[in-house]
Design a protein around this ligand. Structure first.
Ligand code: PMP
Length: 402
C-alpha cells in the first residue's frame, strides 16, 4: 500500500548527519562529523553505583510513572545550580524536565508555531533546531553571525520587516560555528529585543564546556520574561540518559508542560532518579574539569594542525568552548567536493549547506573536535589538507559522497 503522509513532512529536511553517522559507524573512519561527546569521559562507574543505589532505596518506585514536570528534587538541583552559576532567580517551579533539549525544541514548536509563522535563527544554525521546528511548518529566516555573535543590523532589519514570533539562538559555543557572543553583543541583542513582541529561545547545551575566557552572561538573565532557556545533561554527564530541561516564565512553562504530557507523559523516572543520585553523590564541577581538560587538548590539537597544514586563505573559528569549529574555504571551493575526496580517505565532516535555511555555506564545513583523540585529529586534518590541495589541482574531482 502507499501510505499518505502528512503534508508537514515535506518541509522537514533530511538530516545529512544521519547519512554521515552511517559512514562513521566504520571505526576506521576519522570522524569530525557527528556531535558526539567523547565516550571516554562518561562517568560509567559512578552512574552504575547510582543506579544500584536507586534500586535499593526506591525499589519499584523508580519504575513507576511520575509527574510530567519531572522529579521535584532534580528540578530543585537545576534551579540551585542556575542561581549559583548565573545569578538567575529561579526555583524548582520554573523548571520542566525534558527528554533531552531536543525535545524542548519540539515542545516549543508545538506551543508557539502555526504554519508559516516567521521564526528567526542564526546563520549558520543548529541542524537539529531546523529539523525540529520545520515539523511545524514555520517560515524559517536567518540572521548572520559574525565573530561577536548575531549581527545587530541584520537583527534590526528582521525585527522591522518580518516581526518574527521566535528567535532561536545558541549564544555560547554555538553549534555549528563554535562562536560565542561577546558580552557587549549579548547586551545589544537583549536591548533590541526588550520592547519587541518576541520569544527568545536560548539553547545552552555547551555553556558549561568553557575552555578559555570568562563565564558568559545568560541572555535569560538580561531578558528574564521573554527568554526560554534550554539546558541539557548530554554534554556534561551523558547523552544516552536523554535528560534536559527548560527554564521559562510560569505561563509559558505551563503550556510546555501541557504539550509534554500529550507527547510522552513524562521523562523516564528511572533515568531522572539515577541522575539525581549521581549529582547528589558526586561533584559535577570536578567531573567537568576532567571533561574540559580532554576537550581543551583536542581543540588545541585541531587548531594547531589547521595552522600547520591548511593554506593561509582558509579561515577557521577558534572556539573558547563547546565541541565544534567552523571552516570557511576560499570562495568557489566546494566543501561537498572536499567531502567526496575526504570520505574516500576515511575522514568525515559535515559540509556547510545543511546549516543554512536560506541557501549558502557551499564553501563552509563543520568540524567536531570532541570525539577523536589528538593523534587522530592531527592525522585527519593532515589528510583533509591533502584533499584540499587536490581540489585545487584537479579542478574536476568527483562529488560522489561515498
Ligand atoms: N541544541 C544544540 C545546539 C545541540 O547541539 C544539541 C545536540 N547536538 C541539542 C540541542 C540536543 O541535545 P540533547 O537533546 O541531547 O540535550
Amino acid at each position: 500500500m502507499t501510505a499518505e503522509y502528512a503534508q508537514r513532512l515535506t518541509r522537514v529536511p533530511q538530516s545529512f548527519i544521519r547519512e554521515i553517522l552511517q559512514v562513521t559507524l566504520d571505526p576506521s573512519v576519522i570522524s569530525f562529523a557527528g556531535g558526539l561527546p567523547n565516550a571516554a569521559t562518561f562517568p560509567v562507574t559512578e552512574l552504575a553505583e547510582a543506579t544500584q543505589k536507586v534500586y535499593q532505596s526506591q525499589g519499584k518506585g523508580a519504575l513507576q510513572y511520575s509527574t510530567t514536570r519531572g522529579l521535584p528534587e532534580l528540578r530543585q538541583h537545576i534551579a540551585t545550580d542556575l542561581k549559583q552559576r548565573s545569578g538567575l532567580d529561579v526555583t524548582a517551579d520554573d523548571i520542566l524536565i525534558t527528554s533531552g533539549s531536543q525535545q524542548g525544541l519540539d515542545l516549543i514548536g508545538k506551543v508557539f508555531l502555526n504554519r508559516d509563522d516567521p521564526v528567526a535563527m542564526e546563520r549558520p544554525g543548529y541542524l537539529g533546531a531546523i529539523q525540529a521546528l520545520s515539523v511545524y511548518e514555520p517560515n524559517l529566516m536567518a540572521i548572520p553571525l559574525d565573530e561577536q555573535g548575531l549581527e545587530v543590523q541584520a537583527l534590526d532589519l528582521m525585527l522591522n520587516h518580518a516581526a518574527p514570533k521566535l528567535l532561536y539562538t545558541v549564544p555560547s559555543y554555538q553549534n555549528p560555528s563554535g562562536i560565542s557572543y561577546s558580552e557587549a553583543r549579548r547586551r545589544e541583542v537583549a536591548d533590541r529585543l526588550k520592547n519587541e513582541d518576541i520569544v527568545l529561545i536560548e539553547d545552552d547545551p555547551y555553556g558549561q564546556l568553557r575552555y578559555d575566557g570568562d563565564e558568559p552572561t545568560l541572555l535569560k538573565s538580561l531578558l528574564p520574561d521573554k527568554t526560554v532557556l534550554l539546558g541539557s545533561f548530554s554534554k556534561t554527564v551523558a547523552p544516552g540518559l536523554r535528560l534536559g530541561w527548560i527554564c521559562a516564565e510560569r505561563d509559558i512553562l505551563d503550556k510546555l508542560a501541557l504539550v509534554k504530557q500529550a507527547t510522552d507523559l513524562h521523562t523516564s523516572t528511572l533515568n531522572q532518579q539515577i541522575l539525581l543520585q549521581y549529582l547528589t553523590d558526586n561533584n559535577l564541577d570536578s567531573h567537568l574539569q576532567q571533561v574540559k581538560a580532554v576537550y581543551r587538548q583536542q581543540r588545541d590539537t585541531m587548531i594547531d594542525a589547521l595552522e600547520c597544514y591548511f593554506p593561509k586563505d582558509v579561515h577557521f573559528t577558534r572556539p573558547q568552548g563547546g565541541m565544534f569549529l567552523w571552516i570557511t574555504l576560499p570562495q568557489g571551493v566546494s566543501s561537498l567536493e572536499l567531502f567526496g575526496l575526504a570520505i574516500k580517505e576515511k575522514v568525515a565532516f559535515v559540509p556547510g549547506t545543511p546549516f543554512y535555511v536560506d541557501g549558502g555555506g557551499e564553501n563552509c564545513l563543520r568540524l567536531n573536535f570532541s570525539n577523536a583523540d589528538p593523534n587522530r585529529i592531527d592525522q585527519g586534518i593532515r589528510i583533509l589538507s591533502e584533499c584540499l590541495v587536490r581540489i585545487g589541482q584537479d579542478g574536476n574531482t568527483t562529488t560522489e559522497l561515498y
